[in-house]
Design a protein around this ligand. Structure first.
Ligand SMILES: NC(=O)c1ccc[n+]([C@@H]2O[C@H](COP(=O)([O-])OP(=O)(O)OC[C@H]3O[C@@H](n4cnc5c(N)ncnc54)[C@H](O)[C@@H]3O)[C@@H](O)[C@H]2O)c1
Length: 330
């Protein structure tokens, strides 16, 4: 009945949750694993284990009986979180990556996909807002983001070593800023599109919001549906070298704010806070490898993707604000 049995780690998180639904739709039997269940909706997984994958025995239990592993679990967040938690992030992710690769070896997994990040790229190539798009081979010689980026780069190498020494077929995907509905939008781990959407959803027309940095730092942003489609295509491809997965449409954070404000139909005053972290000055994805190997690349426009993201976050924000009845408000 099912053509494949797959494991999605991080299935309680943003991308893993969407990926689970996509794989179920594709006719796979899916086991989701995470230390928490999805926050904003139920899971479509056929089986869901709540467990801590830093424990190697849990990694073995999670991988038993599956053909393919999509390994997305990671301790991660936006720039505020990853620049203040180097030790915790590096420790937690190193433990769960080693545990998952060892488990993949123990059960003889037919394929293992590792979710890496654009944070592996060297700082010195990202010092200007009009950055040259980053090619996959630019990751070495290395000078990655402290903590999170370094740990991702190490895990990429570990995947390569496991493939060379133990024959585990691996796929490595470097995501560039994924956004969309059902992603974390508050609490300190949210990323720029979600944080800005939340701030705009909470203000009245003409009010101000805080922007980290001068807002002239640049990034490219990929809608989650494209991310899922790309993951699936990369898993199915014959190419085992790392892939960028992102758009190559560069925007400044100020432009991102303007785009979301237009969707919200609000005038927004930007108050720039230069003492908050802004990450690298500019980062963009070179999609040549994606185009050449897959004949495909992300296609959702920023406007389209931000509209559904903003509307979902606005709904969440409104649902959280207690409505005070006029009679009780005195
Ligand atoms: N969202 C992005 O823009 C982006 C960019 C680059 C890379 N990535 C990578 O993509 C993957 C998925 O990211 P996401 O945006 O869905 O993040 P997310 O935080 O929503 O999901 C990660 C999930 O991993 C789980 N997890 C963490 N530690 C665990 C542990 N010890 N045991 C079990 N589960 C654990 C978390 O509970 C969470 O649900 C991660 O590996 C992340 O590093 C994401």
């Amino acid at each position: 009945m099912f053509h494949k049995r797959v494991l999605v780690t991080g299935a309680g998180g943003f991308i893993g949750h969407h990926l689970t639904s996509y794989l179920v739709d594709k006719g796979c039997w899916v086991r989701g694993v995470d230390q928490k269940r999805p926050e904003y909706s139920g899971t479509d997984a056929h089986e869901f284990f709540v467990m801590d994958l830093r424990d190697p025995t849990n990694c073995i239990a999670a991988t038993e009986g599956v053909d393919e592993i999509y390994h997305l679990a990671a301790d991660m967040g936006g720039i505020g979180f990853i620049s203040s938690q180097h030790a915790t992030i590096a420790r937690n992710n190193t433990l769960l990556n080693i545990g998952m690769l060892e488990a993949a070896r123990a059960v003889g997994a037919k394929r293992f996909l590792y979710s890496s990040s654009a944070c592996v790229y060297p700082h010195h190539l990202q010092t200007s807002p009009d950055v040259v798009p980053l090619r996959e081979e630019d990751a070495w010689p290395a000078q990655p983001e402290e903590g999170y980026g370094l740990e991702k780069l190490f895990a990429e190498k570990l995947c390569e070593y496991y493939m060379e020494d133990f024959g585990i077929p691996v796929r490595v995907v470097r995501f560039h800023n994924v956004y969309g509905p059902l992603g974390t939008y508050d609490g300190g781990r949210e990323k720029a599109p979600a944080a800005i959407s939340r701030k705009i959803a909470m203000i009245d027309d003409g009010d101000e919001i805080e922007i980290w940095g001068d807002g002239e730092q640049t990034r490219s942003f990929m809608y989650v549906d494209d991310c899922i489609e790309g993951i699936y295509r990369i898993m199915g491809s014959d190419d085992n070298k790392p892939f960028n997965l992102g758009t190559d449409q560069l925007v400044t954070i100020n432009e991102l704010v303007d785009a979301i404000a237009a969707i919200a139909g609000k005038r927004v005053i930007k108050r720039h806070n230069l003492s908050q972290p802004q990450g690298v000055r500019g980062r963009n994805s070179d999609n040549n490898r994606l185009r050449n190997v897959l004949g495909w690349e992300p296609e959702t426009s920023l406007r389209q993707g931000l509209s559904s993201t903003y509307l979902w976050i606005e709904q969440q924000v409104k649902a959280k604000v207690p409505v005070i009845e006029p009679a009780l408000a005195k």
